[in-house]
Write a protein that binds this ligand. Structure first.
Ligand SMILES: Nc1ncnc2c1ncn2[C@@H]1O[C@H](COP(=O)(O)OP(=O)(O)OP(=O)(O)O)[C@@H](O)[C@H]1O
Length: 297
């Protein structure tokens, strides 16, 4: 179990990126959903011990993460948002090198580890090719392979599916689901579909605060009776936006379908719809913004 209590991070320029995050995450895939700038990467880097929070506590099992970062690192697999440089060395050699860095000193043990990971991530056939020439999906699978060296019990993947085509994304999903069976996996993303497809539990982060937490199905059920839809001509959008709390607009056959958030029937031809996770997410962001505006007023 990973426990976060009152985690806060204020950057030296005064930006409050994390504002009292309290959260418990058990085994399996956990989705952390939030828009750009919500604080997801700050939170992932903090859990990964790459930065120290300005306040709060983090525990992973019996490890006090802030006091014993080395113990956490020994059991952590981290796939950062941006890997940076992709070297001209082969996937095999790079994994072998990373396994040495992670402390696997026996050559035989290293070979077994590297070979298993290359097979598991479906990179065996390209093991002698340079990573620099890999496609986006292959790079992400290589990223997971390096994150899995040493059997980590906590795995953090930050925005892993951005830029992947549907087939590569699907392959990556299947890999994550298998990994997530026995360890804690935190998937940080702004893509609702990633969470809807993969995660039995999730949370929404916006403006550095946890806005919502639970099982996607439960959260959808809780939104029942508050999401209303109407198809309008595109030039009526501005008027609708001025009168209702619009959470999303979608084009359908050249017309605009708006979803609005309302506790009671807004009238005017709106009909109640069964929301999906995207509606839940977008209405949470709308409410968070409303709260922020109220706070500022
Ligand atoms: N090193 C830094 N110094 C100052 N402010 C920072 C720093 N890193 C991030 N921030 C700010 O902290 C807030 C949260 O950023 P963070 O990168 O954690 O968000 P995010 O949810 O991961 O967004 P994205 O998906 O765009 O990376 C933003 O306002 C960002 O500008």
């Amino acid at each position: 179990m990973l426990h976060l209590k009152g985690v806060e991070h204020v950057y030296p320029n005064g930006t409050r990126a994390l504002d009292g995050v309290t959260l418990t995450i058990g085994k399996g895939m956990f989705g952390l959903l939030g828009p750009n700038g919500a604080g997801k990467s700050s939170l992932m880097r903090t859990i990964a011990t790459l930065q120290t929070p300005t306040a709060g506590e983090i525990k992973f099992g019996d490890i006090d993460v802030l006091a014993q970062p080395d113990r956490l690192r020994a059991t952590l697999g981290y796939l950062p948002q941006d890997f940076g440089v992709y070297p001209r060395v082969s996937a095999y050699d790079m994994l072998d090198h990373m396994a040495s860095l992670k402390g696997i000193v026996s050559a035989a043990e290293r070979r077994a580890t590297v070979e298993t990971l290359l097979v598991q991530t479906n990179l065996w056939s390209v093991r002698t090719k340079a990573i620099a020439g890999f496609s986006g999906g292959m790079r992400q699978r290589f990223g997971i392979a390096q994150a899995l060296i040493g059997n980590p019990q906590l795995i953090i993947v930050d925005e892993p599916t951005a830029g992947l085509d549907p087939e590569e994304r699907n392959r990556f999903y299947n890999l994550l689901v298998k990994i997530g069976e026995n360890v804690v996996v935190i998937l940080s993303t702004h893509i609702v579909e990633d969470v809807a497809d993969l995660c039995p539990r999730m949370a929404v982060l916006a403006a550095g605060r946890l806005q919502l937490e639970g099982a996607p199905g439960e959260l959808i059920a809780r939104s029942r009776g508050t999401i209303w839809a109407k198809t309008i001509p595109h030039d009526a959008l501005e008027d609708v936006q001025s009168k209702y709390e619009v959470i999303s607009t979608r084009l359908f056959a050249g017309r605009t379908v708006v979803h609005v958030l309302s506790d009671r029937d807004p009238g005017n031809g709106f009909s109640l719809v069964e929301g999906d996770l995207e509606d839940v997410y977008l209405s949470t962001l709308t409410q968070a913004r409303r709260g922020a505006v109220r706070k500022a007023a």
